[in-house]
Design a protein around this ligand. Structure first.
Ligand SMILES: Cc1ncc(COP(=O)(O)O)c(C=O)c1O
Length: 327
């Protein structure tokens, strides 16, 4: 993720809005040594025509974050709705008029040596201007990684646990060095799990197929959004089942989903074209729909977005914005 980090950026750090330069952690912090933090990623999209920013499913993200913090017994006291309000205030204080990425992070903050955890927890929320993560208009070239996806019984992949991202970093770094845009990881049983930072969908014989959440994948919110749009708007049959590596070589369409990557079509896997090597129609349609939904332009899915006006006004945290949406 490449961003300019302005030291004057206002961040929410341990209960206060402070400039980034003042938000510091000590070198003996438990999470720094042992990876005992849990982070989240939320997108905000700026709508120039309407002069407002839309947060995409912030309450769903904060719910997932708090749940996953529970896996490491990290406490984040404010409920998800209040965390969304803090984020709205953060956006206002920074007066963003561009697309942004919100990075909440909670961690074990005791400053001492020793791997076992205690109850000293902290959290922060950073929001940054953020453009395209992977330029994917014309499709990506993905490579199957030689690294295997971490197993649930080692470090749960369903949570965004800081230490677990060594697995993604190793795969991603190798993939880039080998000339691929993104890595696809297999799990220990040899099935396709997901991309280094994204979930995966394949179109085969008219069905949209994605690995189930028990295959060592992150339970992606974009994945859930796409399953909903594919079923309700494209009348596609969505199937959660294990995927073999070689199916990626013979499928009709392939795309990746994630908060950072959005909907990214894959047109080549391991130097083999996906179908004819161009972006398929289902990928294109879902990408367009996702972008419309994220900008609040699809009335049926307006409940997914939280508009943040540039003026001081009450955030529209009404019931619909808070609705948990799952297929
Ligand atoms: C490993 C991994 N898988 C999948 C995803 C996609 O999840 P989401 O759509 O909730 O951003 C991410 C992104 O955060 C990720 O890091």
């Amino acid at each position: 993720m490449k961003t300019e980090t302005n030291p004057d950026l206002i961040v929410y750090f341990r209960g206060e809005y402070v400039p980034l330069r003042e938000a510091r952690v000590g070198i003996l912090t438990h999470a720094l040594h042992y990876g005992t933090g849990v982070f989240e990623g939320i997108r905000g999209y700026w709508d120039d025509a309407g002069q407002q920013l839309f947060l995409m499913r912030p309450v769903d993200h904060y719910r997932r974050w708090r749940q996953n913090c529970g896996i490491l017994r990290i406490s984040v006291p404010p409920p998800a709705e209040q965390l969304a309000e803090i984020t709205v205030e953060l956006i206002r204080r920074n007066a963003f008029r561009t697309d942004i990425y919100v990075r909440p992070i909670a961690w074990k903050c005791a400053e001492r040596i020793g791997v076992s955890t205690d109850d000293e927890d902290a959290f922060a929320i950073v929001a940054l201007p953020f453009g395209e993560y992977l330029p994917s208009d014309n499709g990506l070239h993905a490579g199957i990684s030689s690294w295997r996806r971490i197993d649930d019984n080692a470090i749960p992949a369903r949570a965004k646990i800081c230490g677990a991202y060594v697995n993604s970093a190793l795969a991603s770094d190798d993939a880039r060095r080998e000339g691929f845009d993104e890595a696809i990881l297999l799990n220990e049983s040899g099935h396709v799990a997901e991309g280094a930072t994204c979930n995966l969908f394949m179109l085969r014989k008219g069905k949209l197929i994605t690995p189930p959440v028990t295959e060592n994948v992150l339970e992606g919110i974009t994945r859930d959004t796409i399953m909903t749009l594919a079923q309700l708007e494209l009348a596609l049959h969505v199937v959660e089942r294990p995927i073999d590596r070689s199916e990626l070589y013979i499928c009709d369409e392939l795309f990746l989903t994630g908060t950072a990557v959005g909907i990214a079509p894959v047109v080549r896997v391991d130097h083999r074209p996906v179908k004819d090597g161009s972006v398929g129609t289902v990928s294109r349609d879902l990408r367009r729909m996702y972008s419309d939904a994220a900008l609040g332009r699809l009335s049926a899915y307006r409940k997914w977005v939280l508009p943040v006006g540039s003026e001081k006004q009450e955030p529209e945290l009404h019931a619909a914005s808070l609705a948990e949406t799952t297929v």
